[in-house]
Write a protein that binds this ligand. Sequence first.
Ligand code: DHB
Ligand code: MG
Length: 215
Amino acid sequence: MTIYNDEFSAYINSLFVPEDAALRRAREDSPKRGLPAIQIKPEEGRFLQFLVRACGAQKALEIGTLGGYSGIWIARGLSPGGRLITLEVEPLHAQVAAEHFAAAGVAERIEIRVGNAHDLLKSLPAEGPFDFIFIDAEKTGYPRYLDWALENIRLNGVVAVHNAFRKGSVAGLVEADKFTAITQEFNRRFAAEPSLISTIFPAGDGMLVGVKVSE
Ligand code: DHB
Ligand code: MG
């Protein structure tokens, strides 16, 4: 049996993950600017780009911008004319992300909205339904973000959610932390959601993915 590890990650990245200078900068610059270095891994970013294009997304939404690394990947997967709205609670993160979007040449395709995402989502149904939604924010908010996403994703649209593995703790590989139990509960709910065909993409910290197949 093979177990996904850093060597497989490097192998996939060497073949399939063309990280250009702007993506590298977004990854490397964020910690220097005081942002936590918790962005998705390059192969997770490539997977988001793949999903966005596979579902023909023109309207994408991200909950949790951070330094913009994932947003660049999503924006680069959009169909021509597509747009990404990304929500961020920390003004510094939004500022740094805006610089990274500009450097990556995707700033015109992305709108950053600064504020509490739960509040910002209240007016967003009017701009939907969305073709692609990526959730990567505070873990305690995930159940409500998923409620919203299921209401506002179109048929055959894709919902992706980061940190399904909680560093391996959901499967007992490392000791549980304060978010392990809620992550396990969330994963169970996502798996059982009848309107989705879903699974976990097992790179990085685990990416839940579901395609909406019924109302
Ligand atoms: C951590 C990682 C993440 O991807 C995230 O969204 C939140 C926290 C972490 O490593 O603590
Ligand atoms: Mg995350």
